[in-house]
Design a protein around this ligand. Sequence first.
Ligand SMILES: *[C@@H]1O[C@H](CO)[C@@H](O)[C@H](O)[C@H]1NC(C)=O
Ligand SMILES: *[C@@H]1O[C@H](CO)[C@@H](O)[C@H](O)[C@H]1NC(C)=O
Ligand SMILES: *[C@@H]1O[C@H](CO)[C@@H](O)[C@H](O)[C@H]1NC(C)=O
Ligand SMILES: *[C@@H]1O[C@H](CO)[C@@H](O)[C@H](O)[C@H]1NC(C)=O
Length: 350
Amino acid sequence: MGVRECCATFLAGLPNPALPFLPALVMGTSFAAFFLFMFYKKYTNLPVKVILIHMLKKIFYLLPTHDHSESETCKNPGCVRCKKYEELKTQIVQKMKEIRANKPEFISQQLEDAVKKIEYESSPFSKCELDDEPKKKKSNLELQKPTLFYMELAANPYWNDFEVYKKELGFLKLNFSIILKDFMSVFNALKNGDNWGWKLNDIDNGHWCIFPFIDQGRMNKSNSQRCPNVSAILEALPSLMKDCVFGNACFSILYPDSHIEPHHGPSNVRLRCHLGLNIPDGCWLEVAGTQYKWKKEETVLFDDSFEHSATFVNQSSSSQATPRAVLLVDFWHPDITSQEKEVLLELLAP
Ligand SMILES: *[C@@H]1O[C@H](CO)[C@@H](O)[C@H](O)[C@H]1NC(C)=O
Ligand SMILES: *[C@@H]1O[C@H](CO)[C@@H](O)[C@H](O)[C@H]1NC(C)=O
Ligand SMILES: *[C@@H]1O[C@H](CO)[C@@H](O)[C@H](O)[C@H]1NC(C)=O
Ligand SMILES: *[C@@H]1O[C@H](CO)[C@@H](O)[C@H](O)[C@H]1NC(C)=O
């Protein structure tokens, strides 16, 4: 093709200058978006849905939003959680390869999309893409933002008003006094200076301690033996999330003058339950902007992949005040099928 023909072809391809500005702009933008999309698809081989989400995110990142990023940044360079979660991504990708080869019929589209997203994020191409992303900004529309593993599942900040796990929550409430008795024995020991089995969580403001029975999927044998009735009760819950790195069960105490900054859980495959054990005035949970005041002997079920925080206001004589105490129990998201659970237990083994 000669230079003249080439120029003629190029000029012919441009939008007609006689077109008013707006239609020309819309046409030009649509063409650009289409080619960008095709290029993305060819390069990443991701499902259309995932690409659209990525592109929308890019657009929303450009809009100014309220910034909660402080709470998202872990200040501990040797954090086991961060390190563990990096290893977990590699594990997920590796195990999925085996599952795809051995039992592809078990893999639902939701699961496939969830793993593809991780594969994409850990490929070198996407690494540089992600580094470009202004991570510090995020849209208010994205109050649900699991940090590690996302599946397309029904999403509600609070699940109390849904007929979900009524039996299991009822069972916890029925056993309240037995659970409280086990709690008081280890809490009194802590008050007397014996912190055996307790773990202090690092927060900027105040004190937050847990006594784990299941810690990131692993049974804590010594703590379970110290509270045999609580372990028996946990064992009796069919939908308890165990043997999965996202599953936890523990006593959790929060002292006055404490604030757990807004943050997101690692995954939406779990729902988190708190059974109120000791609930003083002046403390509350907040999920996706809605506050909930814990109640003694009552359960609250919530999706901690939504932005959430916990607050216990400052008190004048905090040495006198008792901490807020709950039994925390993680359940599987109710929409996860038994086949998906089987695959997830392999992918997310602790
Ligand atoms: C708790 O468990 C222990 C040991 O199994 C048992 O002796 C005790 O009676 C239980 N307590 C209650 C309140 O059920
Ligand atoms: C149980 O949890 C406590 C607190 O994190 C820890 O010190 C202890 O080593 C754990 N025990 C087991 C058997 O995992
Ligand atoms: C929990 O409550 C149920 C129902 O009241 C009861 O059958 C069961 O024995 C209790 N569990 C324990 C460990 O006491
Ligand atoms: C509560 O106390 C902490 C220190 O314990 C302080 O940093 C924080 O600003 C106080 N908050 C209020 C609202 O007084």
